[in-house]
Design a protein around this ligand. Structure first.
Ligand SMILES: NC(=O)c1ccc[n+]([C@@H]2O[C@H](COP(=O)([O-])OP(=O)(O)OC[C@H]3O[C@@H](n4cnc5c(N)ncnc54)[C@H](OP(=O)(O)O)[C@@H]3O)[C@@H](O)[C@H]2O)c1
Length: 203
């Protein structure tokens, strides 16, 4: 029997309380996948989402101190900088100064650039922690998530499974180097009337 996604946001937040870790940031990833394992529909993750997923997305952001995301997702999904939480972007180059990322009178993103090469994601997390961001929400994309996982830097995965088959050659929610086939621990499965599953896993 699968519990129903709680109808009120306070109860939902309770189900998704973002843990803390001692002396370091606790990294939670949030991703969505189709039934056939694609991280996108028509090139964007938004094509997979529904009302419940958008609620979970919002509640997870409310729980976090900072969102960590790759520059490609920022470009493909036209990210803006929210008032809360802070936004941190990793890039090997630069991010375009769009009005959505750099609103005239709003918050600006933190940009970690390797100036042509990769940044050390462990260092990025350490810097975020030093700045007081203890709860990190990694929103992808698959490349950044794969790199974080390869370095053993992800504590928890929140994965929404969308009741859709999309075919095509969309990437999976994790790309990059092979990972050790370790078993993750299932923490929670919720469902809704639209057929979505909201799963939560711990390393
Ligand atoms: N299903 C989901 O939940 C979900 C979530 C997020 C995104 N997506 C989808 O995933 C796609 C994008 O994913 P992606 O895997 O191509 O890209 P991504 O993981 O969002 O970003 C990759 C980019 O991040 C930067 N980057 C990654 N690791 C870095 C490091 N160690 N140091 C410095 N920069 C680093 C580089 O940016 P530069 O190119 O600027 O150097 C790299 O090209 C989009 O289609 C998006 O819609 C799906």
């Amino acid at each position: 029997m699968i519990d129903h996604l709680p109808p009120d946001d306070a109860a939902l937040a309770h189900r998704y309380a973002h843990p803390f870790a001692d002396g370091r940031a606790f990294v939670r990833a949030n991703m969505i996948s189709s039934l056939d394992g694609s991280a996108t529909a028509a090139g964007r993750s938004g094509g997979l989402g529904g009302d419940g997923d958008r609620r979970v997305f919002r509640v997870l952001r409310e729980q976090a101190d900072v969102v960590l995301v790759g520059a490609a997702t920022v470009r493909d999904e036209d990210y803006g900088t929210p008032e809360h939480p802070a936004l941190a972007i990793v890039t090997r180059g630069e991010v375009a100064h769009t009005p959505r990322l750099y609103p005239a009178d709003g918050a600006e993103p933190l940009v970690y650039s390797g100036g042509g090469s990769s940044v050390d994601l462990r260092e990025v997390l350490a810097d975020l922690y030093r700045r007081g961001f203890r709860r990190v929400l990694a929103e992808g994309g698959p490349g950044v998530l794969g790199a974080l996982l390869a370095d053993g830097l992800v504590d928890e995965l929140c994965l929404t499974v969308a009741p859709m088959l999309v075919g095509g050659d969309g990437r999976r929610i994790v790309t990059g180097p092979d990972l050790p086939t370790e078993h993750w621990r299932r923490l929670q499965i919720l469902g809704d009337d639209e057929g979505y599953l909201y799963t939560r896993w711990a390393r």
